[in-house]
Write a new protein. Structure first.
Lengths: 114, 114
C-alpha cells in the first residue's frame, strides 16, 4: 500500500532556530500533501495544503512565513518551522492524497522548542 | 461547510464488551467518511472508510461502521473489545468530496478495562 515516511519522529530545538520536517512518498506519487498540527489531547487541525510544483494554500490563521512548505517533487514535501518558539511545540503530521478518497498519513513529528 | 462531532471524549469499556463510538457529521455534498485510530506519538491508521455503495462498512481489527444518511451518523462499533483497542479514535469527513482535505472530530479516547 501507499506509504508516507515522515522524519524526524522527534526533534528538540532551541528557540529562534529553524526545523525542517520531511515527508516522502515511498511507492507512489503524491500530488497533494496536507499538513496538520495536533496539540496534546486535541484533534488534528489542517495547516496547509500543498500541490506539487505550486505554492501551498494555508488555512486562516496559519503564518505562511513561519511555516514554510515546499513540494518541489512528487515524492517529497517539507515543512520548515522558522524561528521556532515554545508555542510552536506540537505534533505535526503530513498526509498524502492517494487515489479517490484515499489518504495516507506519516507517523508524525513531535517538535519541542526549548 | 463540513463538520464532525464525536460524542464523548472518553469511553471506557470492559474487555469483551461492545465498543460504540459515536460520530455525526454535516456535509453539503455526499460525504466521504473515515475512522482512524491513533496510538500515542504515532500517526493515524485507517480503520475503515465509506465512499459510496454499501452503507455497512467493515474495517480492520473487527471494527465496522454504518453510514446512516437520515441520521447523519457514522458510528463505529466492535462486538468485543480487546485490550489492544485502547487508543484515540478520530472520525473524519472529506471536505469537498474525494479530493479535499479531511475534517476531523475532536477524538474519543477508548479505555479498555481488564
Amino acid at each position: 500500500g501507499a506509504v508516507v515516511s515522515q522524519h524526524p519522529s522527534r526533534v528538540i530545538c532551541k528557540s529562534g532556530t529553524s526545523v525542517k520536517i520531511e515527508c516522502r512518498s515511498l511507492d507512489f506519487q503524491a500530488t497533494t500533501m496536507f499538513w496538520y498540527r495536533q496539540f496534546p489531547k486535541q484533534s488534528l487541525m489542517l495547516m496547509a495544503t500543498s500541490n506539487e510544483g505550486s505554492k501551498a494554500t494555508y488555512e486562516q490563521g496559519v503564518e505562511k512565513d513561519k511555516f514554510l512548505i515546499n513540494h518541489a517533487s512528487l515524492t517529497l514535501s517539507t515543512l520548515t518551522v522558522t524561528s521556532a518558539h515554545p508555542e510552536d511545540s506540537s505534533f505535526y503530521i503530513c498526509s498524502a492524497l492517494v487515489g479517490v478518497g484515499g489518504y495516507t498519513f506519516g507517523s508524525g513529528t513531535r517538535l519541542t522548542v526549548v | 461547510a463540513q463538520s464532525v462531532t464525536q460524542l464523548g471524549s472518553h469511553v471506557s469499556v470492559s474487555e469483551g464488551a461492545l465498543v460504540l463510538l459515536r460520530c455525526n457529521y454535516s456535509s453539503s455534498v455526499p460525504p466521504y467518511l473515515f475512522w482512524y485510530v491513533q496510538y500515542p506519538n504515532q500517526g493515524l491508521q485507517l480503520l475503515l472508510k465509506y465512499t459510496t455503495g454499501a452503507t455497512l462498512v467493515k474495517g480492520i481489527n473487527g471494527f465496522e461502521a454504518e453510514f446512516k444518511k437520515s441520521e447523519t451518523s457514522f458510528h463505529l462499533t466492535k462486538p468485543s473489545a480487546h485490550m489492544s483497542d485502547a487508543a484515540e479514535y478520530f472520525c473524519a469527513v472529506s471536505e469537498g468530496g474525494s479530493q479535499g482535505n479531511l475534517i476531523f472530530g475532536k477524538g474519543t479516547k477508548l479505555s479498555v478495562k481488564p
